[in-house]
Design a protein around this ligand. Structure first.
Ligand SMILES: Cc1cc2nc3c(=O)[nH]c(=O)nc-3n(C[C@H](O)[C@H](O)[C@H](O)COP(=O)(O)O)c2cc1C
Length: 328
């Protein structure tokens, strides 16, 4: 067994570097390239709730005048839904047949909908797990946080009932009580938590004075939030934490393992630096382990987590005061 082998959501990974859901993981060729570059696992580009549910509704609306019978509407709805689902299932089926590392399917959803009936089909075609990116932007002033939290819980508990596949939740940090919410998910036997999702932030074109789309890449310092929350939560959960968001190099990987992460996800790093960054991260980890005489990740993983420290408050407030007193 390789010395940086790990387990994540019940899956055996040869190393903790997972390529996260992104355009690179949307094709069989891209997925194979991730494996060739040394990734421990891959998360396939998400299928969106809208592709499963709303696209069909939209298609029906557009072709309403041609549909004479309710049967016709049903047929079109089913065909459109099947188009996206079939393509997605076919990609996963080929990927699991042709590559050896774990292949995790991914669904981007907002609320409970027809999409949930399709999740178990991932297991039938060999997916090793499913990652759910529940993306709720809490922008409606009439909706209290309790209602949004209930929506999360409803989706997660329905999912757990629908499939025995390992499930990971990719969530953002913006809960009033993140620790409480994760504990609730953990009580529902969720297998992994991807901390954190990056919410889409549009930009403005000041010449045209209109909104323009922006690719939402992370920066090298962005891993800090995942580092803190991994340290705060990792030792108190049954599910595994996969740190994500701003993991650009081997040093960040080591820090996240020390705080208790079982794995990390990389996207911006592989898009901007290219796939060889995976090998560089692996080498930094291997060299650091050799230097410290560690023969497996278990030897050091989580040693700086909140629960394992004599003074756990360093992860909360005490360092904050020190950081504000730095002299420049
Ligand atoms: C171009 C692009 C496309 C992405 N597509 C998806 C997606 O389909 N589903 C998803 O869950 N995350 C998606 N993400 C988010 C990434 O999986 C990842 O969570 C995020 O980029 C933070 O990780 P990083 O700092 O390594 O980039 C995308 C990110 C980028 C940059």
């Amino acid at each position: 067994m390789e010395k940086s082998a790990t387990t994540y959501m019940g899956l055996k990974l040869k190393n903790p570097i997972i390529v996260g859901s992104c355009p690179l993981t949307s094709t069989l060729d891209g997925l194979k390239r991730c494996e060739d570059a040394g990734a421990g696992a891959v998360v396939v580009k998400s299928i969106f709730e809208e592709q499963i549910d709303s696209q069909s509704a939209q298609m029906i609306k557009q072709s309403r005048e041609f549909i004479a019978h309710a049967d016709g509407a049903d047929f079109i709805e089913e065909s459109s839904r099947n188009f996206y689902i079939d393509n997605y299932l076919s990609l996963i089926e080929k990927a699991t047949a042709e590559i050896d590392i774990p292949v995790i399917a991914s669904v981007n959803c907002r609320s409970l909908g027809g999409w949930i009936d399709y999740v178990d089909r991932f297991s039938a075609i060999g997916a090793d797990g499913v990652e759910i990116n529940q993306y709720i932007l809490p922008s409606n002033m009439k909706v209290p946080s309790s209602e949004i939290e209930s929506e999360y819980i409803e989706v997660v508990s329905s999912l757990r009932e629908k499939t025995s596949l390992p499930i990971s939740l990719k969530i953002g940090p913006h809960f009033s009580s993140l620790a409480y919410m994760i504990k609730k998910f953990d009580e529902m036997n969720i297998n992994g938590y991807v901390l954190f999702n990056r919410f889409y932030q549009p930009d403005i074109d000041i010449k045209k004075m209109e909104l323009k789309p922006k690719v939402n890449f992370s920066n090298e310092q962005d891993y800090g939030q995942a580092l803190q929350w991994t340290a705060l939560l990792s030792a108190y959960l049954n599910g595994d934490i996969c740190a994500s968001n701003g993991v650009h190099n081997g040093e960040a990987l080591i820090k996240l393992l020390l705080s208790g992460a079982k794995a990390v996800q990389v996207v911006t790093a592989v898009i901007k630096q290219g796939l060889p960054v995976i090998g560089q991260m692996q080498k930094t980890l291997d060299d650091w382990m050799d230097k410290n005489n560690y023969s497996s990740l278990v030897d050091f993983r989580g040693t700086l987590a909140h629960k394992r420290l004599d003074e756990p408050a360093v992860w909360e407030r005490s360092q904050y005061m020190k950081s504000l007193n730095v002299e420049f």
